[in-house]
Design a protein around this ligand. Structure first.
Ligand SMILES: Cc1cc2nc3c(=O)[nH]c(=O)nc-3n(C[C@H](O)[C@H](O)[C@H](O)COP(=O)(O)OP(=O)(O)OC[C@H]3O[C@@H](n4cnc5c(N)ncnc54)[C@H](O)[C@@H]3O)c2cc1C
Length: 375
């Protein structure tokens, strides 16, 4: 399938997802407690079969799901994405026992997952993480340290935790562990963010783990993290696109209705050119996201570069589009409860998480130079 156009079946699926988000998910999202995991919403995502698709569908399908849900209900989109981020390492690297214990429950929406990489002292420089896994007998370790800014923490039922098994070895000394929330020594606190989002910090006080909890191989956990991010980065771009499209559509409707200077706002050429620019940039970013996702599904060799480009362009574009939409709506956009007031808060974080925009530029440059043949 060409990356630049969707099949009619994809377009129909997106319309169906938007309608489901509006009718079945938005009412549940509105009943949720801000900043807390919304379990009825997660369960409904499971009943609709969307969580299972996280493990059966490819990257393009994941992008279309995230974009469509984000258009109508960002809370549902985020709940879906976080299940995928936390559980993908189990799906891709888990043992049969780990997969059997957790993946059906994640798919049904009865177990909530988290992906715990960031620490107070290691964000962008994730390879500097210091949460230690100290040996505690043969094939046993104790986890000690902190994780910070972990979505779904501390309420998640299990976390994929990245810990240092070999001190001083950088990215090569990190192991991924599947840690159930009821392990002794694991505690957490919620964090209050600009856009209410279930997120928190985790404290590990000699939490016991064994070889049965390892995801993938000892000291090879950084690959688990980067593989997960390569899949999810274009889809963060898709989340941003859904928000950009919602902001653009709201702006088209508003500027067509709003009386100003003896006509409608849309009659002002500067307004018309601005909405054209918003649409142009949104469509350009969409092409890049779909192309990156298609490259992932086809196992192309340049996935890290494309994933970084897609995430970078789409999240920066969405920030521009939402900000411009606020401008064209005037004061009403800033009133608490307005769609754009909500999107203005939501659109900010994706430029920071799963690799800040500057980190994406670093990845792109590294990939460009890695493939340069200097004569
Ligand atoms: C809403 C939200 C949800 C999150 N969810 C999760 C989660 O589920 N799991 C998880 O593990 N983490 C999560 N995070 C954490 C996120 O991944 C980190 O915030 C991110 O990696 C950046 O780390 P930091 O905040 O420590 O910023 P720092 O690493 O301190 O960077 C601060 C700024 O410095 C600049 N900078 C950093 N590195 C470079 C560079 N190489 N070149 C140029 N400039 C640079 C950038 O402007 C960057 O924004 C979440 C964050 C947010 C906001």
């Amino acid at each position: 399938m060409p990356a630049f156009s969707l099949e009619p079946s994809h377009t129909a699926r997106c319309a169906e997802l938007r309608a489901l988000a509006e009718e079945r998910l938005r009412p549940l999202a509105e009943k949720g407690e801000p900043g807390q995991v919304n379990r009825p919403l997660v369960a409904e995502l499971g009943r609709l079969g969307l969580l299972e698709r996280l493990f059966t569908a490819g990257a393009l399908d994941l992008c279309l799901m995230r974009e469509s849900l984000a258009y109508a209900c960002t809370e549902a989109e985020t709940a879906l994405a976080l299940q995928g981020l936390g559980a993908h390492p189990v799906h891709a690297h888990g043992t049969p026992a780990q997969r059997e214990r957790w993946l059906p429950a994640v798919g049904e929406g009865t177990a909530v997952a988290a992906f715990a990489l960031s620490e107070p002292g290691a964000g962008s420089d994730a390879a500097a993480l210091s949460l230690s896994a100290r040996p505690d007998g043969p094939s046993r370790w104790r986890l000690t340290g902190e994780k910070c800014w972990i979505s779904n923490a501390p309420e998640a039922d299990f976390c994929t935790v990245f810990a240092r098994t070999t001190p001083g070895a950088g990215a090569r000394g990190v192991t991924a562990f599947l840690v159930p929330a009821d392990r002794p020594g694991l505690t957490g606190t919620a964090l209050d963010m600009l856009s209410p989002h279930p997120i928190g910090a985790l404290a590990f006080d000699a939490v016991p783990v064994s070889a049965d909890d390892v995801l993938g191989e000892v000291d090879r956990g950084f690959r688990v993290a980067m593989g997960t991010l390569n899949l999810f980065r274009p889809s963060v771009g898709a989340f941003a696109l859904g928000m950009a499209q919602a902001a653009l559509d709201a702006t088209l409707a508003h500027t067509s209705r709003r009386d100003a200077f003896g006509g409608k706002l849309r009659d002002l050429q500067s307004v018309a050119h601005t909405v054209a620019e918003m649409a142009l940039r949104t469509d350009a970013a969409r092409l890049m996201v779909y192309a990156a996702a298609t490259a992932y599904d086809e196992g192309a060799p340049d996935v890290p570069k494309r994933a970084a480009m897609a995430k970078l362009l789409a999240t920066e574009t969405a920030q521009y589009v939402v900000d411009t939409a606020v401008q064209l709506h005037g004061a009403r956009a800033l009133q608490r409860g307005h769609l754009l007031e909500h999107l203005y808060r939501e659109v900010r974080a994706p430029r920071i998480y799963e690799g800040a925009s500057e980190v994406q530029r670093g990845i792109i440059a590294k990939e460009l130079y890695a493939h340069l043949e200097v004569p």
